[in-house]
Structure formats: structure tokens, C-alpha cells
Design a protein around this ligand. Structure first.
Ligand SMILES: Nc1ncnc2c1ncn2[C@@H]1O[C@H](COP(=O)(O)OP(=O)(O)OP(=O)(O)O)[C@@H](O)[C@H]1O
Ligand SMILES: [Mg+2]
Length: 432
């Protein structure tokens, strides 16, 4: 026993080291920077790479906010290097769109990034009048689909160009021009690959009238992570730095993430800090409890603000926080939507009372309203209305608060966990 303990404790110097390591293997607030840290997503990576490998094919990558689109897209070139015979000709470029962007401004930025990249590599820019003319045209924000196609062609490189936050672009013309560009690149079997990335439920939300480029694009929808994938984020990171915990606690932390990798990083990192502070390499239940509290504190201000706006009420019995929590626990479809009937059971578990739809209908209505910050989106008509969190990151936040305030326990969360092997629902449906 004494020896076992000796192995589990850290010296003070090791504890300092472990804190630094935890800062590196987890990154709750930015995309994954190293391919070894990107977990799961095997099928999606394969689909993106199949576009890179086929001249004339481009990618549209879409999904909910925060599911890991930027991470996957910006590591594409690293995955591709495993297959490419020659890494010399591959140039990865990434641009984040803004609402004011147009086709011209986007390509002016990318042309600059490209010349920077040549400079970094000590590589001479392509020679000739044609290149200089095209370069001037594009950097002056006057790009057309035709000029961009020729410009990329003259680089003689395999450019992997990620255009991120494409959903932010307001200008309808710009979207049209991107469709034309994809068609032009595809018709010329250009070796460069465009990867358009954005928050969207469907391709149509990102590029209306996408039918014209259907054959030239591989459309990849990135779903929320499975619990196994979330768990592997924490397990893999701990393994790299010599920390670990029990299967139950791995599952608990992964379940709390609700498929959003940000929270898997946050929980894993904060629980790690708590263990290391005790000079232990084994994360225990109290460390996870600490992590819940810390995750709440460290959640971005915008999420905390919308929680406050949605739930604050002068009346104690107004129930807004309880109903929001019930919604956060409710079973939802792959787009995050749930029906009012999905809320009843969690609400009963939270409050100990059986509420009927009319008693929480006004809460749902208000969550959609501006007054409560439009935290919900609604789809469907009258009796068939379905709701979802406008920002999916608010959902795990509401659950973490519920746990931290003692309104629910971690067991309640696993009871409504859609991926749990035996949930309360299944158990009941199996009763005679
Ligand atoms: N496959 C993965 N393995 C490990 N961590 C991941 C993975 N994908 C994403 N993450 C982590 O999840 C968080 C969100 O990732 P990312 O920024 O790539 O998502 P996103 O979909 O681009 O978000 P947004 O919609 O806000 O642009 C980051 O902390 C990132 O490090
Ligand atoms: Mg992103």
C-alpha cells in the first residue's frame, strides 16, 4: 500500500511540470494544433482527404458551432502529408471570413498569405508578366473566379486552402462567385483544393443553389463527437503526461461534454489541475467536482451572459433555470432539436413534480424571444414545434451549473445520457 501510494504522488517539481503539460495537451479555447492530439473523426478525415487526392474535387465542411470543424480542416494538410509522395509542393493556407468580406477581399488576403508562405520557405515567386498582373489584380481586391483559377494554376503547387467561417459572409454575390470558382477549378482539374467551412445544418445553408457544384464537391457534415471520442480526448491527453483516472470518471467527464470537445478539454484539464494540486497523478471524484466549478468560472463570458439573461427572474418560483436545465438534459435529434414532450421527464426529476406542457410552454416561448436573449431556436408549426439551443455550448454549461448548485447529481446526467447502455427510458420500456 505504501509503495502504491509512493507511485501515485508527485514531487513538487513534478507537479509544476504536470501543470505545464496540462496546458499543452489540452486546449479548450482554440483549435487542435497537432495531429497527434486530434481524436476520432476517422471517417470525416478520410472523406476530406479523398477530395484532396482527386483533382477537381473540393470540400464543403459543415456542422454545429464548436464541434471541431476548424481543427479538422486546418490539419488536413498534415494528414495528407502521410500520403503525398512529395511534401515540397504542398502549401496550406487558411483564412477566417468576416461579415464584411467579399470575394475580392477574401482572395486579396489569401494572395498575401501565399506570398508570405513563399517568403518563409525562401522560395522564389512564380516568374512572368501573367503572374504579376494577376497578383496585382487580386491583391487590389478585384479577383474574379477566372483570375483566381489562373493565379493558383501558375503557382504550380498543391494549395490546400481553408476558407473558414464561410457562414459569416453576408454578400450573396460572394457565395455565387465561390460556386463559379469551384466549377472553374474543377473543369481545369486544378491540383489545388478548396475547403469551405462553416456553421450550418445543411450544405444548402452554406451555399444556396449548391446543385451546380454537387459533382465538384465532397460534402462532409461533422456531427457532435460520440462519447467514446470525447473520452479519448481526455484519456489520450492524460496518457501522454502520466495522469489517469477510473473508467467511471472518464465516462462522467466525457458525458458532461455532450459531444462538444471544448468541454472534454475543459473538464480533463481542470480535473488534472485539481489532482496535481494535491500532488497526485490519479484524478478522483473531488477533482472532477472541482473541475465542474472551474469549468463554470472559465466558460466564455458570452455563454454566461446568455444563461443569466435566459434564467433571471425576480420571482423565485418562475422556474426559468429549471426548465432550461431540463431542456439541456432532454433527448434531442442529430440537429439538437427536442420536443416539449422530451422535457417532461427531466423536469420531473429536477423538481420532483410532474409538470404538464401548458406549465412550461411560456418558458419555451420566452427562450425564443429577444427578451431572454433568443437562447432557443424553434422549428415546425404550432403543435409540432421543436426547440434547440441557439448556441450548443450553452447546453453543457446549464448542466454543469445544475450539478454545481446541487440541483441534479452526476447520476441524473447519466440517466438521460442518450449513449448510456441502459437509460431510464429503456429500462421502463422493458417493464411488462
Ligand atoms: N477531433 C478533436 N480531438 C480533440 N479535440 C478537438 C477535436 N476537435 C475539436 N477539438 C477541440 O474542440 C474545441 C473546438 O474546436 P474547433 O475550434 O475546431 O471547433 P469549430 O467547430 O471550428 O468551432 P466554431 O464553430 O466555434 O468555429 C477546441 O478546444 C479544440 O481543441
Ligand atoms: Mg471554427
Amino acid at each position: 500500500m505504501g509503495e502504491q501510494r509512493a507511485n501515485d504522488v508527485l514531487t513538487q517539481a513534478d507537479a509544476v511540470r504536470a501543470r505545464v503539460d496540462l496546458g499543452q495537451v489540452f486546449n479548450p479555447s482554440g483549435p487542435v494544433r497537432h495531429r497527434e492530439l486530434l481524436q476520432g473523426r476517422v471517417e470525416e478525415i478520410a472523406r476530406v482527404l479523398s477530395a484532396v487526392s482527386q483533382p477537381g474535387q473540393h470540400v464543403i465542411l459543415f456542422g454545429e458551432r464548436g464541434v471541431g470543424k476548424t481543427s479538422l480542416a486546418s490539419l488536413t494538410h498534415e494528414f495528407w502529408l502521410d500520403f503525398a509522395r512529395d511534401s515540397a509542393g504542398i502549401i496550406p493556407l487558411r483564412y477566417n471570413c468576416e461579415p464584411s468580406d467579399t470575394f475580392g477581399t477574401i482572395w486579396a488576403h489569401i494572395a498575401e498569405l501565399l506570398t508570405d508562405e513563399y517568403a518563409k520557405r525562401n522560395q522564389p515567386l512564380p516568374a512572368g508578366e501573367a503572374w504579376l498582373d494577376l497578383h496585382a489584380e487580386i491583391t487590389h481586391e478585384a479577383a474574379s473566379a477566372h483570375s483566381v483559377r489562373r493565379f493558383l494554376d501558375l503557382t504550380n503547387e498543391t494549395n490546400i486552402i481553408v476558407i473558414d467561417e464561410f457562414d459569416q459572409v453576408d454578400d450573396e454575390d460572394t457565395v455565387q462567385q465561390f460556386a463559379s470558382l469551384i466549377k472553374a477549378l474543377s473543369d481545369h482539374l486544378a491540383p489545388s483544393t478548396l475547403i469551405l467551412v462553416g456553421v450550418a445544418d445543411t450544405v444548402d445553408d452554406l451555399i444556396e443553389d449548391h446543385a451546380s457544384i454537387d459533382r465538384a464537391t465532397i460534402q462532409v457534415s461533422l456531427p457532435r463527437m460520440s462519447k467514446v471520442e470525447s473520452r479519448s480526448i481526455i484519456e489520450n491527453a492524460y496518457a501522454q503526461i502520466g495522469l489517469s483516472t477510473t473508467p467511471d470518471l472518464y465516462d462522467l467527464m466525457a458525458g458532461l461534454a455532450q459531444g462538444l470537445p471544448h468541454y472534454a478539454h475543459r473538464m480533463g484539464q481542470e480535473a488534472g489541475f485539481a489532482a496535481v494540486e494535491r500532488e497526485s497523478i490519479l484524478i478522483d471524484q473531488q477533482d472532477v467536482d472541482r473541475a465542474v466549478a472551474m469549468a463554470i468560472d472559465h466558460t466564455q463570458e458570452s455563454i454566461r451572459m446568455s444563461y443569466r439573461l435566459a434564467t433571471t427572474s425576480p420571482r423565485k418560483d418562475a422556474l426559468f433555470d429549471r426548465v432550461l436545465l431540463a431542456c439541456a438534459l432532454a433527448r434531442s435529434d442529430e440537429l439538437g432539436y427536442f420536443a416539449p414532450s422530451d422535457i417532461r421527464k427531466p423536469l420531473e426529476r429536477i423538481t420532483g413534480k410532474d409538470y404538464d406542457y401548458p406549465q412550461f410552454a411560456r418558458h419555451l416561448k420566452q427562450f425564443v424571444s429577444l427578451r431572454r436573449g433568443e437562447v432557443f431556436q424553434v422549428s415546425g408549426e404550432s403543435r409540432r414545434k421543436r426547440y434547440r439551443f441557439a448556441n450548443p455550448l450553452l447546453r453543457p454549461y446549464a448542466v454543469l451549473r445544475g450539478i454545481n448548485e446541487g440541483v441534479i447529481s452526476a447520476d441524473t446526467v447519466s440517466e438521460f445520457d442518450p449513449e448510456a447502455e441502459t437509460s431510464a427510458d429503456d429500462e421502463q420500456s422493458r417493464l411488462p
